[in-house]
Design a protein around this ligand. Structure first.
Ligand SMILES: [Zn+2]
Length: 446
């Protein structure tokens, strides 16, 4: 059979599978895999197991025993399904997280009923990212049906805990070597970046807790104490005057979307000083004391052009200036979490394969973007050491985590076609004289 015949057969099969794609997406949404606490992971893995076993995949259940949150009540189950083709070639892996975030307020539909209306499927996780998972399954199944003796291997994983850092999911699998470049050559993560965009990576993250110290005293005589909240106020004033303007000046060549995120940013995640606020239910008043502690958690997002040690030093310099200038100012600073930025090279094989698919199916070249926040690509890069990885999938990112989240059915169909065409390109692997490209990463980035 000619490749052009396989392609035509594949595309026709995806169109014919439209109702199946809708039904599969709805089945996935109806399993409330809420994280926290990390519910129903086993159930969703079993659904994927039944589906993919019937399609000729071999499946493996992997529990991330000992990962944060893993316990007998909420075990962190993952599934990896593998379909080995009829000859040598590359392994292309589709990775989707199965967890969804809290429902929240403001819904006008049942978040787990998966209602279909006006060409859309509604529900928590519809776009982030059960629609993408379903699209990748349909893409693989239709390609296998059109090309049963395809070369290489197709893998599909459903993994836990992406919304809480991925430690019970992709990080665990990567730690087991499941994303080593010797085993897997190309990864597509069907996060909802939209059907005509290729997401190359994400900015970096530094979370830290800063605490200002004071001296406790009776609240009627604050001059006998030293108010930690006022010291924090001084820090906030310094941040407003110096740090935020400086961050706005740090621009990046990374094509981050939305464009307002093409710079360094800092969010004040939380701030608390003094006693806990009185419990509204229990009543009662707090006692009059001068706060001796005030804590703030910061969420600094940094760029591929920045070094994490410089990011930390910049913040510490602010604190040290205050220590020198403000009587009584003292602080402690504690790292909570850090992720290095990642950006796959535009010349990488998976980027080219998906870009060609987008041009073919959508009719124009893709937009190359970088995510403002991180996703599981960080673990595939840092732990797996696999660089040929992107996010590509249907859905509108802004709808993620929102009430009345939805996924467009036609968008899923179109992106399934793109994913299948990418498989056709990637499975045969690089020609022997070209060698295998697995080390694509932007120069100078670690
Ligand atoms: Zn997601």
């Amino acid at each position: 059979m000619q490749m052009t015949d396989i392609k035509a057969d594949f595309l026709a099969r995806v169109d014919a599978a439209r109702d199946d794609l809708v039904a599969l997406t709805r089945d996935l949404i109806r399993i409330p895999t809420l994280n926290p606490p990390g519910d129903c992971y086993r159930e969703i893995c079993e659904l994927l197991d039944r589906r993919l076993t019937a399609s000729g995949f071999e499946t493996e259940f992997i529990r991330a025993t000992g990962a944060p949150g893993d316990c007998d009540r909420y075990p962190r189950w993952n599934i990896v399904a593998t379909r080995t083709g009829g000859g040598p070639g590359d392994c292309v892996h589709f990775n989707s997280h199965t967890d969804v975030v809290d429902v929240g307020a403001g819904w006008t539909v049942d978040p787990f009923a998966a209602d279909v209306r006006d060409g859309r499927i509604y529900g928590r996780g519809a776009c982030d990212m059960k629609g993408g998972l379903a699209a990748s399954i349909i893409a693989a199944e239709c390609l296998i049906a059109a090309w049963p003796d395809h070369p290489g291997r197709i893998e599909i994983s459903g993994t836990a805990d992406e919304e809480s850092g991925g430690y019970g999911g992709v990080a665990h699998l990567a730690g087991m070597g499941r994303f080593s470049p010797a085993r897997v050559q190309h990864v597509i993560i069907p996060e909802p970046l939209n059907k005509d965009r290729v997401c190359l990576g994400h900015r970096g993250v530094w979370w830290a807790e800063v605490e200002t110290h004071g001296h406790i005293a009776h609240g009627s005589m604050p001059f006998l104490g030293d108010c930690a909240v006022r010291h924090m106020g001084a820090l906030l004033a310094e941040m407003e005057a110096e740090l935020f303007p400086a961050l706005a000046e740090k621009r990046t060549a990374m094509p981050v979307v939305p464009p307002q995120a093409r710079q360094s940013t800092l969010n004040i995640n939380s701030l608390h000083g003094g006693q806990a606020e009185p419990d509204a239910e229990a009543g009662g008043y707090p006692s009059p004391v001068v706060p001796d502690s005030c804590r703030m958690v910061i969420d600094r997002r940094f760029l591929v052009e920045e070094d994490l040690s410089e990011v930390k030093a910049e913040f510490r310099a602010l604190l040290d200036r205050l220590t020198a200038a403000r009587p009584g100012f003292s602080y402690s600073l504690r790292d909570l979490h850090e992720v290095i930025p990642t950006m796959t090279d535009r010349q990488a094989p998976v980027v080219g394969a998906v870009a060609d698919g987008v041009a073919d199916i959508i009719g124009h070249a893709p937009e190359y973007v970088v995510s403002p926040g991180t996703y599981d690509q960080k673990h595939i890069d840092r732990i797996g050491r696999l660089k040929d990885c992107i996010a590509y999938g249907p859905g509108i990112l802004d709808l993620a985590h929102q009430p009345d989240e939805w996924i467009g059915i036609q968008d899923m169909v179109d992106s399934a076609k793109v994913m299948g065409l990418a498989l056709m390109r990637l499975l045969p692997g690089a020609a022997p004289d070209q060698g295998r490209q697995t080390g694509n990463q932007t120069e100078g980035m670690v």
